[in-house]
Design a protein around this ligand. Structure first.
Ligand code: G3P
Ligand code: CA
Length: 250
């Protein structure tokens, strides 16, 4: 789904429908799409053999039956892990998806917010840089208009813009948008600002809108003040569950 054709307020499914399904799995993404999400958010890391894998943490300990750092395991090892049983035994057998599998599931149905995790950054290997690989895959899939790439790591965002003058970029922030951050946002010609909902103010929403940017606050620990965000005039929210989805009118 083209990100310029999306409705407002936009329901962005945080790690898929993560309140009810194991996060960042194809089951969670499909459930979010079935539930009416127009965009799914997912997290991307790199395996030890520098392949794109969808997982939030820098280790596999919390969301799989394995242990150890994501970047210490090969793609083959990662894809053998059980990524569902930790959430509920009925999801045993679920696997960590590759980014390619997640994009294939979303193509033609929803847009995708790809969050590049800072742990995936390795300045010593520019040729296989995570942002370069993400862009190549998105281009190969013909999904450049369907994707919004975000990160807390501003080196990643700067590289994305350098490599691709048009890809939609979202800035993630745990701190309020001050003048310096707003100038950085403008300099990147970013599509959107993604703040921790607890630091967002109405005046920041107004300032970002004046600059032509969308504002998509994200839930923390499953919580977000949905009504407060809507009252500020946000353009959408990155939320975990269907109850929050209903509040935004879906
Ligand atoms: O992209 C918004 C949100 O997902 C950022 O925080 O920790 O849930 O990846 P986190
Ligand atoms: Ca995320």
């Amino acid at each position: 789904m083209n990100i310029d054709d999306l409705p407002t307020p936009l329901y962005i499914a945080h790690r898929g429908l993560s309140a009810r399904f194991p996060e960042n799995t194809l089951t969670a993404f499909n459930a979010a799409m079935d539930a009416g999400a127009q965009m799914i958010e997912l997290d991307v890391c790199l395996s030890s053999d520098r392949q794109l894998i969808v997982i939030h943490d820098d280790t596999v300990d919390r969301t799989t039956d394995g242990s150890g750092a994501v970047k210490a395991l090969t793609l083959k090892q990662l894809c053998r892990l059980d990524a569902g049983g930790w959430f509920d035994p009925r999801f045993e057998g679920e696997r960590l998806p590759t980014l390619e599998q997640a994009l294939d599931a979303a193509k033609g149905r929803v847009s995708v917010n790809i969050e590049i995790k800072p742990e995936a950054v390795d300045p010593r290997d520019a040729g296989h840089a995570v942002e370069r690989q993400v862009l190549t895959l998105v281009h190969d899939k013909g999904m450049t208009d369907d994707v919004l790439v975000s990160s807390f790591d501003w080196r990643v965002l700067a590289n994305l813009r350098r490599l691709d003058p048009t890809i939609a970029i979202g800035l993630l922030s745990e701190v309020p948008a001050d003048d310096r951050l707003l100038a950085w946002h403008r300099g990147l010609n970013a599509y959107s600002w993604h703040p921790d909902y607890r630091v967002l103010t109405r005046s920041q929403v107004d300032t970002l809108h004046d600059a032509g940017a969308r504002v998509f606050p994200y839930a923390v620990g499953g919580r977000i003040d949905t009504r407060g965000m809507l009252a500020m005039g946000v353009d959408g929210m990155i939320v975990d569950g269907p109850q929050q989805m209903k509040t935004v009118g879906h």
